[in-house]
Every structure is written in C-alpha cells, then in structure tokens.
Design a protein around this ligand. Structure first.
Ligand SMILES: Cc1cc2nc3c(=O)[nH]c(=O)nc-3n(C[C@H](O)[C@H](O)[C@H](O)COP(=O)(O)OP(=O)(O)OC[C@H]3O[C@@H](n4cnc5c(N)ncnc54)[C@H](O)[C@@H]3O)c2cc1C
Length: 416
C-alpha cells in the first residue's frame, strides 16, 4: 500500500518507521527543511510514564483563573476572541472532574508504558544515538503540602504498574548528587526508576535517516495547502508545487492538524499550548544533575542531555505564535539557579518556544477517521515524545487490520 504521512515531527517519523516495517511504500511530507523542526525540536526530553497525569483535573480551572491576574504562574491562560480557544476550553473544563481525571490518567499511563520500551527497542534495532539517560526521573517538591498530596496521588500510577518511590530529602540527594545544592530548597521527591530521558529531535532525525535507508521518501520544504476529497475518500493532496495522490493518508501535523481537515468536515479538538525551553552547554567544571526530572512546584522540567543541560517551563494558552524574548526565560532561570547553580553555562542559552498539541482529555487521537483512507495520529500534547513509538505502532496495527496490543478505543476519533 502507498501511504503519505503528513508531518515529519516525532509522531510522523515514528509512524513512517512502523509503516515501513509493515512493508508499505511510504512518503513523508513537511514544510520544514529538516525533520523535527517544530514541536519536536527542543522539548523537555522526558520519557515519563511516571508523570502521566491528565492536565484536566479538579485543580486546573483555579490554576487557569489565577493566571489571569498573576504574571508569575507556570500556567498562563490568555483570553482572546478566538472561538477555537473557547470551544477547546469548554471541552477541557468538562474533563476536569475527579472521575474524568482518573480515567484519563489511567489511559495516558497505559499508552506511555506501552510506548516507552518501543523507543528503546527501536534505538537498539537501529543503533540510534539520542543522548539517552535511563536511570529514572526525579519529581521533587519545595512545599510539604504539595509533596504530601503528590505522594498520595501517585497511587493512581502505582496501581497501573508504574514504579514510583517516595523519597525524603537525604534519599533524593543520594539518588542524584546533582541536587546537593538544593538540600534546603526541597522537601522530598517522587522517584520513577523506570522513567528515562533523551533528545527527541536527535532520535527523530536519525530515525528519518533509517526510514530513508528502508525506502521512504521525504518531501521536505513542501507545504500542504489542502486535501481534496470526494466525500468518502481523499483523492489528492495539494502542495505548494504539486498534486500528490496515493492510497492512504496519515495526519500528523501536530497543532496544525485541525486546520487542514476543517474543509473536509472533520473537527479535531487540538489547541496549541506554548512552552519555553533553554539549552545550555555543560563543561567539565559544571555539576549538572545526573537524572532528569521536574521541579513540581514551579512546573520546571530539567534534563541532562549529553554535554548539554535543558530547562523547560510554562504552559501558555496564547495561540500559534512561537516568538520569544530573553525576558520570557527570567523566572525559569532564577528558579533553576536556586537548585542547580553550577549545572551548566547559563550565559550561553539557546532559547526556544514550542507548541504542545493538546486535546482536552490529554489523550492523543490515533484512529481511522470518517474519511475512508485518512488516518489520524495527532494531538499528543505534553507527552508526544513519550507516546510517539507506541501510538505509531497502534496506528500501523489499525491500518493493517490487526488488533493493537493495547485498547485503542479511548484514542478514537469518535471519543475525542
Ligand atoms: C516546551 C515543551 C516541552 C515538552 N516536553 C516533553 C517531554 O518532556 N516529554 C514528552 O513526551 N513530550 C514533551 N513535549 C511534547 C512533544 O514535544 C510533542 O507532543 C511532540 O513533539 C508532537 O510531535 P508531532 O510530531 O505531533 O508534532 P510536530 O513535531 O509539530 O510535527 C508536526 C509537523 O507538521 C508539519 N506541518 C504542519 N502543517 C504543515 C503543512 N500544512 N504542510 C507541511 N507540513 C506541515 C510541521 O512543520 C511539523 O514538522 C513537550 C512539548 C513542548 C512544547
């Protein structure tokens, strides 16, 4: 079968890889010149089933409201006249009950735990280097109240079979001596020993090369303008230079997925949630943490990546802009320096901002669509790196008419 994969982010490229394994003839299209140039470029790098909580929870509405009048919040809701934002927000609020938060977290954790070993399996099979670090992740707390709450909440993940250990300050520092300077700042942590980290962009670039070796074509620098359909089938993909026609189409345009299928009658509840990252060089005199993790009370993710150290923060509902200025990174730099004063060369940051393709439930959409030959693998939100290899396998199974190894019904177009 000939398949056109729309999008060369981590989701599109992992999908292409699985489709090639099934013997399909695969073409990937992306408007960027290089793969992983948009949301998959400089994310936090955490492969984190131990952090699979749904964002939509009973506490989320208050956090969003608070962000309207406080500038220092990690979550920033920026009201606009955009009806997409309001529609999405209404759907998000509906997911904020305790019952829905529990079910969504359970579903997410199952996708994450299914996906994580597949990242390793692909890396082992192909020899892809991606600055992997598999010693676990530490989620640390600065306040006793939030720590106690988290230590109880992690029971949800433990029941799903995810290992999470509750550590006091001494145990946390023993686990990662890179946190020694934080002794008086933190009150304890949750340690997920089987979580890991790695550079999603390096992984995606190398996997795309592997796909090419296996016969895939990559049409980079090619913008898809529209899909043509006769109602039940996609009949062509109109790019800026040509019309492509093939048997099957997979939509993996991340935050831009909804826009492309609007004119053929599909509604995808995906909204961009902006985040910021800064990556700094690590020299021999620096003492970065040995493990990645999250400063939970500031929602600040951190990750050692080979000879680099990356910080990531903020969830901003601000539309599709990815612009940024140095001042946007002031709070996260200050918070990080309290904990990791000598982790890296803070004077040489590479700043970046990206958009998480969020659905209201936090679950990706991995499914057939109402159009016969259009498949969906999109909306991976804040965990697209973690879930990518698993959802790629699920989609390949669905396209082949095989039963996926995990229940995919919660990720269907009808459920989203
Ligand atoms: C700040 C931040 C931190 C994050 N941290 C983590 C983390 O620690 N762990 C984790 O698991 N996940 C994390 N994520 C989430 C993860 O990065 C995303 O879920 C993932 O990158 C989404 O991948 P994608 O392939 O769906 O989208 P993208 O990478 O955006 O790929 C979509 C591609 O489609 C292309 N495209 C779009 N429209 C068109 C068009 N019309 N024509 C041609 N091409 C088009 C784009 O150029 C792009 O390359 C984070 C995200 C952010 C922003």
């Amino acid at each position: 079968m000939r398949v056109l994969v729309l999008g060369a982010g981590v989701v599109g490229v992992t999908t292409a890889f699985q489709l090639l394994k099934d013997g399909h003839e695969v073409t990937v299209i992306d408007r960027a010149e290089e793969v992983a140039s948009f949301s998959s470029y400089a994310n936090a790098g955490l492969v984190a089933p131990g952090h699979a909580y749904a964002w939509s929870s009973p506490r989320a509405p208050a956090m969003m409201l608070r962000s309207l009048y406080r500038e220092d919040q990690a979550i920033r809701f920026r009201p606009s006249l955009n009806p997409e934002l309001w529609l999405w927000s209404l759907k998000f609020l509906k997911q904020c009950t305790a019952e829905k938060a529990l079910v969504n977290t359970q579903q997410k954790s199952r996708i994450c735990t299914y996906s994580q070993p597949l990242i390793k399996e692909i890396a082992n099979e192909t020899g892809i280097p991606y600055d992997a670090n598999d010693g676990g992740l530490l989620y640390f707390y600065r306040h006793a109240k939030t720590f106690d709450f988290a230590a109880t909440k992690c029971g949800i993940l433990q029941k799903e079979g995810i290992k999470v250990e509750v550590l006091n300050v001494a145990e946390t520092i023993a686990r990662d001596p890179g946190l020694t300077d934080a002794e008086h700042e933190i009150v304890g942590s949750l340690y997920a020993p089987t979580d890991e980290s790695g550079d999603a962009r390096l992984f995606t670039i190398a996997l795309a090369e592997e796909c090419k070796k296996r016969g895939a074509r990559f049409l980079m620098g090619t913008t898809l303008k529209a899909l043509e359909s006769d109602g039940n089938r996609i009949t062509g993909a109109i790019t800026d230079g040509q019309r492509l026609s093939t048997d099957q189409y997979v939509l993996s345009f991340g935050v831009f997925s909804p826009e492309l299928v609007k004119n053929i009658g599909l509604r995808l509840p995906i909204y961009p949630v902006k985040g910021y990252s800064m990556t700094m060089p690590v020299k021999p005199e620096h003492t970065p943490p040995t493990l990645g993790g999250v400063d939970e009370d500031n929602l600040l993710a951190y990750c050692p990546m080979g000879d680099r150290f990356r910080l990531t923060a903020t969830a901003e509902f601000a539309g599709y802009e990815v612009n940024h200025k140095p001042a946007d990174f002031n709070v996260m730099t200050r918070k990080a320096r309290e904990i990791f004063p000598d982790a890296a060369d803070y004077s040489k940051p590479e700043y970046w901002a990206g958009l998480r393709p969020m659905t209201p439930s936090g679950l990706p959409i991995v499914s057939a669509s109402p159009i016969d030959n259009l498949w969906l693998n999109t909306g991976h939100g804040h965990m697209g790196w973690t879930m990518s290899c698993g959802t790629a396998r699920v989609l390949a199974d669905l396209m082949a008419g095989r039963e996926p190894e995990i229940d995919a019904s919660a990720m269907s177009y009808q459920s989203c």
